[in-house]
Design a protein. Structure first.
Length: 131
């Protein structure tokens, strides 16, 4: 088993730069040494990396399998929310919008744009104070 840290990728996803040349360059920098050692499977270790999966597959090539645990994590979150009565009961088209919270009021516009781009759904962003 080989591991590879990937500093900077989370920040690129959060900045909405997942299709950027910088993202591609970082992916190549991190994946190339693994490919040179014969890796044929990559396991994503961060839910942010799901948003880079298409670019990662392009860099790694068709002979490399990418395992993305994010869908399983999402399913577990749904199970936990359901078990605690915290899921939406209405169909998606009539359900309340997704609400994203930030503690920094100055980031509301950026957080809104990022969340909508990543989730491909309208979102409401609220600035909250944690006590």
């Amino acid at each position: 088993m080989l591991t590879q840290t990937c500093p900077g990728l989370v920040e690129l996803v959060e900045k909405g730069e997942r299709d950027s040349a910088r993202a591609s360059a970082l992916l190549l920098r991190y994946v190339q040494p693994l490919l040179e050692r014969g890796v044929d499977t990559l396991v994503l270790s961060c839910t942010h990396y799901s948003f880079l999966k298409k670019q990662l597959q392009h860099v790694a090539g068709p002979g490399v399998t990418i395992i993305d645990p994010a869908p399983a994590i999402a399913e577990q979150v749904i199970r936990v929310l359901s078990a605690n009565g915290l899921t939406r009961s209405a169909p998606a088209e009539t359900a309340a919008p997704i609400v994203v919270c930030t503690t920094d009021r100055s980031l509301k516009a950026r957080v809104s744009a990022q969340a909508q781009a990543l989730l491909d759904e309208p979102v409401q962003v609220r600035a909250v104070k944690l006590t």
